[in-house]
Design a protein around this ligand. Structure first.
Ligand SMILES: [Fe+2]
Length: 383
């Protein structure tokens, strides 16, 4: 297809001169005597190049340039100036003109300038095309990557489930407890402004907090009566055993610190490291409150579940001692219905999480797991 040129000049002789040369060089050429007429023509036809005089009646060539740059950015624009206006021509280039031509014309030089401007526009278009394709390619690759990540996350969930199942084989008491504690932790962590990544790690860490009990001998783990001091010491190694187990699994490594520190107390009297205050990871300070909340509001072999208000009073009393006061403050600010709903939902199992809140279920796999086994009340002494 022949390139299309638009010549705008109120001097008919100039227009004719240029048009003749352009046609001779293989261009389709349209002539206009004002900017208004040129704009109307440009609306109907897409031009490859516009050659406009600077001085025109009503709107000037510079005003035309400004409009053309916005409306037809792909069209090459050359401004025509008199010898006295060369500085204006240079200024026009700063404003987006591709070149300027000086009257009286040297027609060969005009054609060189037009050819150069068209070549530049073509390069710009190619570059824009390339950029657009690149963006599309990046979008496609990102989608592929996200899909791969989702598949990996699913594998993670299955790994977590396998770990949880392994503990259930040894100690069925942790099942409903771990799920509820994980949910309660998330409510508090969200209220404390934790990031999505932190929430994920807190959900996983709190779910697996007692995984180290896999390494505790049956005689101690399943002992019905009170543990001796020595047995208690063995039992307490579950935090370290769990940490050693979980930190070796890449995607669980960040959650492992909760497994290690879930028995620490704010006042430093916990184990295994006796960490104090902010030395204890936030996830574990949150876990401590969630764990007590769940233990107190669950049935025990020797008593029925205590009312929520009793747990709230006890947690308040232990603020600064067992618990981080800031976590306690956040805990107390959360409506009672949230805790009651969690208890109901976990008891009602997967129905809620996977059908009512699939996005949450996939972000926090601990929610998505089926609860198809019996619930046993938490064990005395240990969480
Ligand atoms: Fe524990």
């Amino acid at each position: 297809m022949r390139p299309r040129a638009l010549v705008v000049d109120d001097e008919a002789s100039v227009c004719q001169l240029l048009a003749n040369k352009l046609k001779q060089e293989g261009y389709d050429c349209k002539i206009c005597s004002s900017v208004e007429e040129a704009l109307s023509a440009s609306e109907k036809t897409s031009f490859d190049v516009i050659i406009s005089d600077l001085r025109l009646p009503k709107l000037s060539g510079l005003e035309f340039l400004e409009i053309a740059r916005q409306k037809f950015p792909g069209t090459a624009f050359l401004i025509v100036t008199g010898v006295d206006d060369i500085r204006v021509g240079i200024d026009a280039m700063k404003r987006g003109a591709d070149d300027y031509l000086v009257k009286p014309f040297q027609l060969e030089a005009v054609m060189v300038a037009v050819g150069r401007a068209l070549e530049r526009k073509k390069l710009e278009a190619d570059l824009e095309n390339y950029r657009h394709n690149l963006e599309e390619m990046v979008e496609q690759r990102t989608a592929q990557l996200q899909s791969a990540m989702r598949r990996i996350e699913k594998t993670y969930d299955e790994t977590l489930e396998a770990l949880g199942a392994a503990l259930d084989l040894r100690d069925t008491e942790t099942e409903g407890h771990s799920r509820r504690v994980s949910r309660c932790c998330l409510e508090m962590a969200k209220a404390m402004g934790c990031t999505k990544e932190q929430l994920k790690q807190i959900a996983r860490g709190s779910y697996l907090h007692d995984i180290g009990k896999i390494g505790i001998p049956d005689a101690i783990l399943l002992k019905p009566g009170k543990l001796t001091d020595e047995e208690m010491m063995v039992m307490q190694t579950h935090a370290r055993i769990g940490y050693d187990l979980v930190c070796r699994i890449g995607f669980l490594a960040p959650a492992a610190e909760i497994v290690l520190t879930h028995q620490e107390r704010y006042d430093g009297t916990g184990y295994p490291q006796g960490l104090v205050g902010q030395e204890i990871p936030l996830g574990s300070r949150i876990f401590a409150v969630a764990d007590t909340l769940d233990a107190m509001t669950s049935d025990r072999p020797y008593r029925r579940a205590l009312p929520l208000s009793t747990a709230q009073a006890e947690i308040t009393r232990e603020s600064q001692r067992q618990f981080d006061p800031e976590v306690v403050r956040v805990f107390l600010s959360i409506p009672d219905s949230v805790w009651e709903d969690i208890r109901r939902e976990v008891a009602g199992a997967r129905l809620f999480t996977t059908t009512h809140n699939p996005s949450l279920a996939s972000a926090f796999p601990a929610f998505a797991w089926p609860l198809d086994k019996r619930y046993a009340p938490p064990r005395l002494g240990e969480s």
